[in-house]
Design a protein around this ligand. Structure first.
Ligand code: ADP
Ligand code: ZN
Length: 847
């Protein structure tokens, strides 16, 4: 058959290659290779997966496309809307389109060129049988692989050695991605009784293991699952149950089969009952009204209507409302505790009422279980929570509920922006200023900005909420490109907390806990009143630098240009940027003096210990990356919520949107730590952090109090945060940004160059900077006359990270197109394969 005669599609392959490629659709796949479907295609010598991004295309002159090998989805994995969003993202963030698609695919879809270890048919038999002839480690691995395939890429060398032995025995094999080509739920092997229970009992005679299996299958727990129990579960309870099952199978008393493993329930907030909404404050009601008007197309047409499309009202919808789907962005600037969440909830209810869906992004969902719970509490099962703490299956389960339309509200962190929602009405980005919306590896997208684009394309309203808006969003609101809504007060006439600045130069802190006398007194008073305290310090660990008293030798990471932090809980020095860990030696490695090693500097671990010593009656808890991940974070937070903690010490994790009515005191141990970072956003971040952590105080009936310890009581970030004066901070900071041409006045692209060899990296950086200079000087580069400024090349502040040297070039311009032209010219420069060059569009990190 002449391939030119069959239909052609364009495929974005999931490799780091820039283009999209044409393939022919063989007749038997016609109708399946539609936009958004994942396909397997030959690419050079390999077979790789990809996503169809255009259908019915024409091949360029002289190209004879080869055929698609397979279509991997019965239904396309991505909607055409999401495919378009990904193509936009690839273009805007200068990323390969296939990589952008991969970001949007649901976890567990197994797309991408990866190989897996899996069991052979023989391996399965042995796993279900005794597996007795194998050494213990291989037996364990066999059972592990019987459970699920394992990606080769993620396996450690030790694991690989064990699996290699299984492969030699013909029990396991390496399979290509085709074996996991389809999104699928884990399967489990289960047993069920056949025939009469009495007969089965009788047939077991005096064999105790067989009898155990029969009784277990007859028990109510099994009855609830169709009388079937997983073999693994039986084996766990009685070792040797597998063998007993085989005997019973031979005797025809049971049957064995595979089934999809039921998805574990998403528990976050599931125990909440559906709660009624409170009476809105005047400001809340105004905000809800304005946003709802935009949602329902009741606002007069504006310039933004250029992007709108008119959709027919389907029968059964509110017939009188002509739904004009118009993108409308809003900044909801509400002080901490002013009830922004209630505004989101009301607007979402309006969207649901007219048959549309909602997307809610939060910075870090594991830190805000309460927020998820409030959504569940209001909307019940209609909420799907896309939580990185969930297993892949559970997340995929939530994704599927959204896609099938069973759930109509998606709540999640950054990547939830790709939730499979159709007919989107509302997009909410809570705490829009939060830096965690920016992805710092791979496709370096900003979740807030992608959310805005998605809302624009869907004709949805987009609500960016914050107590401390980013300068970028605040400027849009000032200029009127975003509607501006404010909540200046907390509901129920709750006052904002009073803030006091403690000058550490006069109020010397104690060396252990870094508590000044006023802060110590305040903690004592809060404890006496039976209230709770939050203490915030931006550094974890016990001692943040360790050195030899005799020669000054400092313990630094061998892979990164940072000092090591001492952690007492495991008695180790560890690097906070890579995996390096070391013991504290008895003698200094440099001067060999004994007992001269000092642990200085301050971390949350040390503060928590000092507070526990100073206030023996207090129940002290700690919240930082060392204590906690996923469910453990939730455990600590719910202890605080239940008032089983008197003093909570922690890093940024304690500043996020928590709503604990019992907290009346917030102490900031050192406001200055973030101000020293070489970054033009250092001041903005400090202000946001201080205002946010201060906002944790006084959310209940009793007023809150905040003490900010600082060596620089005059710095604008500290002064403005203490005065709850966003406008003051905004004005001062904006003036500075304007002078330097930084966002929101200019745009930035960071070119990051890294590699193992320092000289090589420096050389490439030098060469790229020269090329960029050349392109920037070309007269046709800017149509607006704005220049493109090249800053660098310079070594990154973190000059070495995980064993790689790092350099940067910063490109800056007020003309976005000119900026891109210069950046793009660098992507085609040939550099040694040992050096990696990547572009970061709208960079947030200067490190
Ligand atoms: P924010 O997100 O703006 O910091 P929240 O949405 O967490 O604030 O609201 C703070 C507290 O105020 C919550 O406990 C919430 O239940 C309560 N709240 C919000 N709106 C109202 C209202 N209209 N009446 C009474 N309480 C409210
Ligand atoms: Zn390191």
């Amino acid at each position: 058959m002449d391939p030119a005669a069959s239909a052609l599609v364009e495929v974005a392959v999931t490799l780091a290659v820039p283009g999209r490629y044409h393939y022919a659709v063989p007749r038997h796949l016609a109708g399946k290779a539609v936009i958004g479907a994942r396909v397997l295609v030959r690419f050079g010598a390999r077979k790789v997966t990809g996503v169809v991004v255009r259908a019915n295309t024409a091949a360029p002159e002289g190209v004879r496309p080869i055929e698609i090998s397979e279509v991997l989805d019965d239904e396309p994995a991505l909607s055409p809307e999401l495919v378009e969003l990904c193509l936009w993202m690839a273009d805007y963030y200068e990323a390969p389109p296939g990589e952008a698609m991969r970001v949007a695919l649901p976890a567990g879809s197994g797309v991408g060129a990866r190989s897996v270890y899996g069991l052979t048919a023989r391996g399965r038999e042995v796993a279900d049988g005794e597996g007795a002839a194998l050494p213990a480690k291989q037996r364990v691995m066999l059972v592990r692989l019987a459970d699920a395939d394992m990606p080769v890429a993620g396996a450690s060398d030790a694991v690989k050695r064990i699996i290699d032995a299984l492969v030699t025995h013909g029990l396991a094999e390496v399979r290509d991605q085709r074996a996991i080509s389809r999104v699928r739920l884990k399967r489990e092997r289960v047993v069920r009784l056949v025939g009469e229970l009495a007969a089965a009992r009788a047939a077991c005679g005096r064999a105790p293991k067989r009898l155990f299996v029969v009784e277990a299958l007859a028990a109510p727990a099994a009855a609830a699952h169709g009388g079937a129990l997983p073999i693994d579960v039986l084996e766990q309870q009685v070792p040797g149950a597998r063998g007993a099952v085989r005997e019973l199978l031979k005797a025809g008393l049971v049957e064995v089969f595979d089934r999809e493993r039921p998805i574990e329930a998403v528990t976050t907030g599931a125990d909440m009952h559906v709660s009624g909404p409170p009476q809105l404050t005047g400001e809340q009601a105004h905000a809800v009204g304005v946003i709802t008007d935009a949602l329902l197309g009741r606002t007069p047409a504006t310039a933004a209507d250029a992007t709108s499309n008119v959709a027919a009202v389907s029968p059964g919808e509110v017939a009188s409302v002509a739904l004009r789907r118009t993108f409308a962005p809003f900044l909801l600037h509400g002080v901490t505790g002013s009830g922004k969440t209630e505004v989101y909830l009301r607007v979402i209810a309006e969207a649901l009422a007219v048959g549309r869906t909602a997307l809610v992004l939060v910075p870090e969902i594991s830190l805000t279980p309460q927020l998820a719970a409030r959504f569940r509490g209001r909307f019940g099962d209609q909420v799907a929570i896309l939580h990185s703490g969930l297993t892949e299956q559970a997340r995929f389960g939530e994704w599927s509920r959204l896609r099938r339309g069973e759930a109509r509200i998606a709540v999640g962190a950054r990547s939830a922006v790709f939730a499979p929602l159709t007919d989107l009405g509302v997009v909410v980005v809570d705490e829009e200023h939060d830096g965690s919306y920016k992805q710092d590896e791979g496709v370096k997208y900003h979740g807030r900005d992608v959310a805005l684009v998605r809302a624009q394309r869907a004709g949805a309203v987009c609500v960016l909420g914050s107590g401390t808006p980013s300068l970028e969003s605040a400027t849009h609101a000032e200029k009127g490109t975003y509607g501006k809504l404010v909540l200046t007060e907390r509901p129920m006439s709750r006052p904002m907390p009073s803030v006091e600045i403690i000058d550490l130069r006069t109020h010397l802190p104690d060396p252990d806990g870094f508590l000044s006398a006023p802060l110590r007194t305040a903690i004592a008073e809060t404890l006496a009143a039976g209230d709770q305290t939050i203490l915030f310090l931006n550094r974890r660990g016990f001692a943040t630098f360790v050195l030899c008293r005799s020669c000054g030798h400092a313990f630094r990471c061998p892979n990164c240009s940072v000092s090591l932090t001492y952690h007492r809980h495991n008695d180790r020095l560890s690097c906070h940027y890579c995996v390096h860990q070391a013991r504290v030696p008895d003698a200094c490695p440099s001067c060999h003096a004994r007992d001269t090693i000092e642990r200085k500097g301050l971390g949350t671990e040390k503060v928590a210990a000092a507070v526990a010593t100073a206030f023996p009656q207090a129940r002290v808890a700690r919240l930082d990356r060392d204590v906690a991940s996923g469910s453990k974070i939730e455990a600590v937070l719910s202890k605080v919520a239940r008032r089983e903690v008197d003093v909570l010490v922690g890093t940024q994790m304690v500043t996020k949107g928590h709503d604990f009515p019992g907290v009346t005191l917030v102490g900031v141990l050192c406001a200055d730590t973030g101000l020293n970072i070489p970054d033009f956003r250092a001041s903005e971040r400090t202000f946001q952090l201080l205002a946010q952590v201060a906002g944790r105080a006084g959310r209940g009936d009793r007023p809150g109090k905040v003490l900010i310890q600082t060596y620089r009581p005059g710095s604008p970030a500290v002064v403005a945060a203490a005065a709850h004066d966003y406008a003051m901070f905004y004005a001062a900071e904006l003036a500075e940004r304007e002078e330097l041409g930084y966002p929101p006045f200019g745009r930035l692209i960071a070119v990051r160059i890294d590699g193992a060899d320092e000289h090589e990296v420096a050389g490439v950086a030098q060469r790229l900077a020269e090329i960029a200079e050349g392109v920037a000087r070309r007269p046709d580069v800017s149509t607006t006359g704005a220049e493109v400024e090249i800053r660098g090349p310079v070594p990154a502040p973190l000059a070495r990270l995980r064993g790689r040297s790092r350099w940067q070039i910063w490109l800056r311009s007020a003309d976005r197109h000119a900026l891109r032209r210069v950046a793009r010219s660098l992507t085609t420069v040939e550099v040694a394969s040992t050096v990696r060059v990547s572009l970061d569009v709208d960079p947030l990190s200067s490190l």
